[in-house]
Design a binder for this molecule. Sequence first.
Ligand SMILES: [Ca+2]
Length: 163
Amino acid sequence: MSFRSAAGFCRNDREMTERKRFASVFDQCDVEKKGYLSREDVKVAVVMLFGYKPSKSETDIMMQAGAVPNCPGVPLERFVSLMGRKLSAEDPYEKTRHIFSAFDVHCRGFLKLEDFKSTFARVAPRLPDRTVLEAFRHVDHDSDGHISFKDFEDVITYGLVNH
Ligand SMILES: [Ca+2]
């Protein structure tokens, strides 16, 4: 996914987009239109969404977590919540995107100092302005006055922001 599309999502849009993506993968994997995914289908779905083939034990866990009474496989609703959880638990890129969009209240795809200030004012109202300014300068690697998703990602990746 490109930086522009990654950073351009608002929270609700992003959830809608993820849902759509999961639902469309579900449809593609449920070739016989059974209304659920079999064990083999789930494996294919994970390859399509995450780019790797899940191990036997991971597939077992997903099949168990996705099971509902009277259904031999994983129905759509279970699949969507399962994949959503997997995405936020395992993909640091997705995690970073979530945090970034919490800051990016105007959905501009970059952060200005005022976005930074207003977020900190909400979550840590006693933090001095000076500290917020220092944090901003620290994250703004190329010092252009905007924090891009890339600036942000670098900091998260190196663990300087621990959330
Ligand atoms: Ca920058």
